[in-house]
Design a protein around this ligand. Structure first.
Ligand code: V47
Length: 371
């Protein structure tokens, strides 16, 4: 293996090339190696095994029915209190009108994530989901992070399983991966002390998978976490995926430092740089050997780095994301949405086949031959 300059990588590369799983210690070596070309090559080998030369994207609308939230996560620039400037809180009909104004023919997914509203009853969320399905039957509803599901259940004095069952009957088909942050209790105490614990997040996803609802998983990185804590996070996800097989995609979220207390307290004014983003994606691709996809989320890493990330293990770049708010309110420099044509171009110019998918990863169209 003459392409490997770092001798510490040789035994790891042998394992990865043989399709064997690596452990956390080996993951740490990958996080620390100066041999970035070799890391890239290994991640590329794994992504090619999983997805060949395909890169997936979805024509998707982002929606947040409210930003009212009292959880107080320190990384968040999105949440507002009742009556605070910039707060919004839509009734179901207002939400449907908001969606109608932005809906474009050909959209297949609506991704909903929002604040933990202290009062809305379960019926509100059921009406929202069933209302969307009635008015926009072509949209698959991927909605509510595990943290929101646990919160809705708490307000309704019921269990996450009952909430998931009812939402599923109303039309929800998938859970997004938000709210995971970093599972380490040490980090959660600092960045999100009032948010659900890691075990609850994992339990909600386990329950969703058992009910036949697939989901994604995220990891917020580039703040106070250590590399070991990132590996612990991915290890817990890998173990759950071994149990259920219900995760579709892993999405590292690069911390955006504007307008949130964590940035002010840490004095951290920059998001992670390109190498940190790419290295993290590559390690994730190699470590999470049982995840079908690792997403390069262009809203946080920029479309340019997302394009480069396709050589670093990424096989999905999320989607058009008309009007993404959560990371843009925290200073993300990327545009709030990209057109389908721009995404196809980005993928094709990197040398890959652009595959349009729906929320559940059914292939809808191969754009590789498009003009
Ligand atoms: O859970 C909040 C993160 C998440 C900041 O499932 C921040 O396909 C960076 O879950 N800097 C919501 N991140 C977004 C999310 C997501 C994104 C893309 C795809 C999918 C999917 C899910 O946004 C939150 C939180 O971890 N977030 N503030 C910030 N300052």
């Amino acid at each position: 293996m003459r392409w490997i300059r770092d001798p510490a990588l040789v035994p790891i590369a042998e394992k990865v090339l043989a399709g064997e799983r690596i452990g956390r210690e080996e993951g740490l070596v990958l996080y620390q190696t100066p041999d970035l070309p070799a890391l890239m090559r290994l991640a590329h080998e794994v992504r090619t095994r999983k997805a060949g030369d395909k890169v997936y994207f979805v024509h998707s609308l982002r929606f947040s029915q409210t930003n009212i939230c009292y959880v107080g996560c320190k990384f968040c620039a999105f949440a507002r209190r009742f009556g605070e400037e910039g707060a919004w809180d839509y009734e179901v009909e207002e939400a449907l009108d908001w969606i109608a104004e932005r809906y474009q023919p050909g959209m297949t997914e609506i991704h909903i994530a929002a604040g933990h509203h202290p009062k809305r009853p379960l019926s509100y969320y059921l009406d929202l989901v069933s209302g969307i399905k009635r008015r926009f039957p072509d949209l698959q509803v991927k909605a509510f992070t595990a943290a929101e599901i646990a919160h809705i259940a708490k307000v309704a004095k019921t269990t996450p399983a009952e909430v998931l069952k009812a939402l599923n009957e109303a039309g929800l088909v998938m859970l997004p991966g938000g709210g995971a942050e970093i599972f380490s209790e040490r980090v959660r105490k600092i960045i999100a002390p009032a948010k659900i614990r890691a075990e609850v997040w994992l339990d909600v996803h386990r329950t969703a998978h058992e009910l036949g609802i697939p989901s994604n998983a995220t990891m917020l990185y580039g703040h106070v976490e250590t590399l070991e804590e990132r590996l612990d996070h991915m290890d817990r996800l890998r173990r759950l995926q071994d149990e259920t097989g219900g995760f579709m995609s892993f999405i590292p979220l690069a911390f955006q430092p504007d307008g949130n207390p964590l940035a002010r307290e840490l004095g951290k004014t920059e998001a992670p740089d390109a190498i940190e983003d790419l290295r993290n994606l590559a390690v994730a691709r190699i470590f999470l050997d049982n995840f079908p996809h690792v997403k390069g989320y262009w809203a946080t890493i920029t479309p340019e780095i997302a394009q480069v990330s396709l050589d670093w293990g990424v096989s999905d770049i999320d989607g058009t994301l008309v009007e993404e708010k959560i990371v843009h309110m925290a200073g993300a420099r990327a545009p709030e949405g990209l057109s389908k044509a721009a995404l196809v171009d980005l993928i094709r110019r990197a040398g890959y086949r652009a595959i349009e998918r729906d929320a559940l990863y059914h292939e809808l169209r191969d754009h590789s031959e498009a003009a």
